[in-house]
Design a protein around this ligand. Structure first.
Ligand code: S3P
Length: 436
């Protein structure tokens, strides 16, 4: 992939308008997966046309599923049933997508053919032991690099056994991999978490008619049922909206309306954090869409204060820390983040990338093993490297809008994994952002 740099310069206007950010990444991945395994045809609308979710769709095509694209953001998936996938004739490339890699590991563990999952340079560095260990308890077989890293070879199995798992790491990807393997297992599969994680897999299994019991931190299902095709409408991704919530808060005079945002409580921890910092964010009337809470959000400029982010808040805002680091850098006073060690094994080491970048822009920031301590103040212009991490690139783009000079952001090509057309959409809202 070609490297692509951005220039983010202090905006000369406030931000205004009604913006619909692209569809939710987590839900788009799962919609393709379950629709592929269902009996019948499912329509997915609001599908994220990002590289990550397109990789998932391509993988299911390689597994013998016909997927049509009637329009941008729409897929018609001709499900093949739980046992209808076909052996692929080459490796399955997840690109940059950790969610595809981890969930597919569970889903493919119960197939009667071998398969190999691979990905880009960043994905090949991401730990897999967290999913391999519980799946091995279920009878699955794998070969990984050094026991932990992709490419991952998955051995065929005629059946798996259900299990009871209490994962050591709070991770929806781990939980979902186990539940997807559980579809192919004999008996009951149950996951109990120490911190509840996003429950999209559980909700969507229920929407496709699979009996599943779940409550925050707990999910249980049994094998031997059928997924029935259904239509899925994907809400706008809260994690993409997060950049505009922060930009709208810190740019004087701004007022933005963000439309159709998915507000699953396991995703919206940033709202709690920003409100504790003094942000002015209001929710319009809530509606239910495919079992998910959806509403418009309105954000208005408001001065922010530093805040302590305790470990208990981390899981519900796990993808929002790059953006929060920027909010903290602009707030009055100190922000402390703790219990967020997982950030070190995301698309990049997000604590190191954000701390190094913000320090280059003059921010007083102390890196800790499981978080950071950020002293709010001014952001200066300069050059930063996103390390090909989409969310770090977008967070630095927000920083540039309120810096005292231009910020050059290196290596932004992966923003297309989660937020296609980020630059034009942000420019429309009032950003002074361009490709360099
Ligand atoms: C995701 C879960 C989270 C999140 C990732 C998407 C998912 O990862 O960071 O971007 O769709 O299940 P973990 O579950 O590993 O924390």
């Amino acid at each position: 992939m070609a490297e692509l740099d951005w220039l983010s310069s202090p905006t000369r206007t406030s931000l205004h308008g009604r913006v619909r950010v692209p569809g939710d990444k987590s839900i788009s991945h799962r919609a393709i997966m379950l629709a592929a395994l269902a009996e019948g045809h499912s329509r997915v609308s609001g599908f994220l046309e990002g590289k990550d979710t397109q990789a998932t769709a391509t993988i299911f095509e390689q597994l013998g599923v016909r997927i049509e694209t009637p329009a941008w953001g729409e897929r018609l998936v001709h499900g093949v049933g739980l046992h209808g996938l076909r052996a692929p004739d080459r490796s399955l490339d997840c690109g940059n997508a950790g969610t595809a890699m981890r969930l597919l590991t569970g889903l493919l563990a119960g197939q009667t053919f071998d398969s190999t999952l691979t990905g880009d340079g960043s994905l090949l560095q991401r730990p897999m032991h967290r999913v391999l260990e519980p799946l091995r308890q279920m009878g699955a077989g794998f070969d990984a690099q050094d026991g932990d890293l992709p490419p991952l070879h998955i051995h065929r199995r005629s059946h798996l056994n259900g299990c009871y798992v209490t994962p050591e790491i709070a991770s929806a990807q781990v939980k979902s991999a186990i539940l997807l393997a559980g579809l192919y297992a004999q008996g009951s599969t149950e996951v109990c978490e120490m911190h509840p994680t996003r429950d999209y897999t559980e909700r969507m299994l229920a929407a496709f008619g699979w009996p599943v019991e779940f409550s925050p931190g707990h999910a249980q299902l049994s094998g031997g049922h059928v997924l029935r095709a259904t239509d899925i409408v994907v809400p706008a991704d809260f994690s993409s909206a997060a950049f505009l919530l922060i930009a709208g808060s810190v740019i004087p005079g701004s007022e933005l309306h963000l439309l159709d945002v998915g507000l699953n409580p396991r995703r919206t921890g940033l709202l709690q954090a920003l409100r504790a910092m003094g942000a002015d964010i209001r929710e319009g009337p809530t509606r239910e869409q495919g079992g998910e809470r959806v509403a418009d959000l309105q954000v208005r400029h408001a001065p922010l204060q530093g805040v302590d982010i305790p470990e208990a808040w981390v899981t519900d805002m796990i993808d929002e820390f790059p953006a929060l680091f920027v909010a903290a850098a602009l707030a009055q006073g100190r922000t402390r983040i703790q219990g967020a060690r997982e950030l070190r094994v995301k698309e990049s080491d997000r604590i190191a990338v954000m701390a190094t970048g913000l320090r280059k822009l003059g921010v007083d920031i102390e890196e800790r093993p499981d978080g950071a301590c950020i002293e709010g103040g001014l952001i200066h212009g300069g050059e930063v490297d996103s390390h090909a991490d989409h969310r770090c690139a977008m967070a630095f783009a927000v920083a540039g809008q309120v810096a005292d000079d231009t910020v050059l952001i290196r290596d932004c090509s992966n923003v297309d994994t989660s937020f296609p057309r980020f630059v034009p959409l942000m420019r429309q809202a009032g950003f002074n952002l361009s490709h360099s």
